[in-house]
Design a protein around this ligand. Structure first.
Ligand SMILES: Cc1ncc(C[n+]2csc(CCOP(=O)(O)OP(=O)(O)O)c2C)c(N)n1
Ligand code: SF4
Length: 278
């Protein structure tokens, strides 16, 4: 499966988005070699037994991944990559939709969609590039920016405490929550593979330093540690509390923070359930 495109890559040299792209390609190639071919969405009917992919992306630096992946999909309005992906799963519940969003996109502009996506539990994977900054628009603070972050839009420093999206996901009845590190390709591949295998809405937060904006939020690797896959809600709450996106003194757990089994959106609706050919 040829996933490369001819588009010029305009990410900054060294931006960890390059590594996320590589991990996504490796994940899909691995699935492909096991007979799960990512087909173009419009020809999905040719291989209903295969796991086929479509993508949606938001708007931002992260979203340029749309141009660098040879997969069908929709390059969406800012904040709307999640509902568009849900729409694709309604149109064809046999597609596995990968959605790429930034922390500005999903935790600010599109936060209502982020919350409700957990409730709907459509069979899709959200890969969230969290650089604690609206980077494409030159570094304004997002909901996960740390207190005191000085930017052109916040010259005196932000006063608000950051949002903890992992806790929000837990409170929203998420069935799959994971965190990984954009500097660790093998861990991303492992995590994305598990997320794609999950039946329902899987949320993977990727800690992705931006090399140009909000530099103070970078270089948290020493705080990160890998956990075993977790299915216990009380443990998940404790894991979520370990990193508040504010200080660099806590620990940052990486891996499957929480997973549970619930019917997916398509499985809840008889009209859609009969279309599933897995
Ligand atoms: C409805 C709407 N609001 C605002 C914008 C401007 N805008 C485009 S990209 C962007 C920042 C994206 O930040 P984030 O989602 O964190 O992604 P990053 O660039 O950091 O990868 C903003 C505010 C827009 N294009 N559309
Ligand atoms: S501005 Fe930041 S997030 Fe955007 S490409 Fe450059 S390093 Fe990456």
């Amino acid at each position: 499966m040829k996933l490369n495109t001819n588009s010029e890559n305009t990410w900054c040299p060294g931006c960890p988005n390059h590594m996320i792209l590589e991990a996504v390609k490796q994940t899909i190639q691995n699935q492909s070699s096991k007979g799960r071919s990512p087909l173009k969405a419009q020809s999905a009917s040719k291989a209903q037994s295969a796991l086929n992919y479509a993508i949606t992306t938001d708007i931002g630096c992260h979203a340029k991944i749309f141009d660098y992946l040879n997969l069908s999909g929709i390059y969406c309005l800012h904040g709307r990559a999640i509902p568009t992906a849900i729409g694709i799963t309604l149109g064809n519940p046999n597609l596995k939709v990968l959605t790429f969003a930034g922390d500005g996109a999903a935790y600010a502009e599109g936060i209502a969609h982020f919350i409700h996506a957990f409730k709907h539990n459509a069979d899709m994977t959200l890969i969230l590039h969290d650089n604690q900054s609206f980077s494409l628009t030159t570094g304004q603070p997002t909901p996960t920016s740390q207190q005191g972050y000085i930017s052109k839009a916040s010259p005196l420093g932000t006063q608000d405490k950051p949002l903890n999206p992992i806790k929000l996901a837990l409170a929203s009845n998420a069935t799959f929550i994971a965190r990984t590190n954009a500097r660790d390709i093998p861990h991303m591949v492992e995590t994305f593979t598990k997320a794609i295998a999950h039946n329902g809405f899987s949320f993977v937060e990727v800690i992705q330093d931006c090399l140009i904006f909000n530099l103070d939020a970078n270089n948290k690797d020493e705080l990160m540690y890998k956990i075993k896959d977790n299915t216990d809600k009380a443990t998940a709450e404790k894991l979520a509390d370990q990193f508040d996106y504010n200080s660099k003194s806590g620990k940052i757990p990486l891996g499957i923070i929480y997973q549970s089994k619930e019917p997916s959106l398509a499985e809840k609706w008889p009209q859609l359930k009969k279309l599933i050919k897995k």
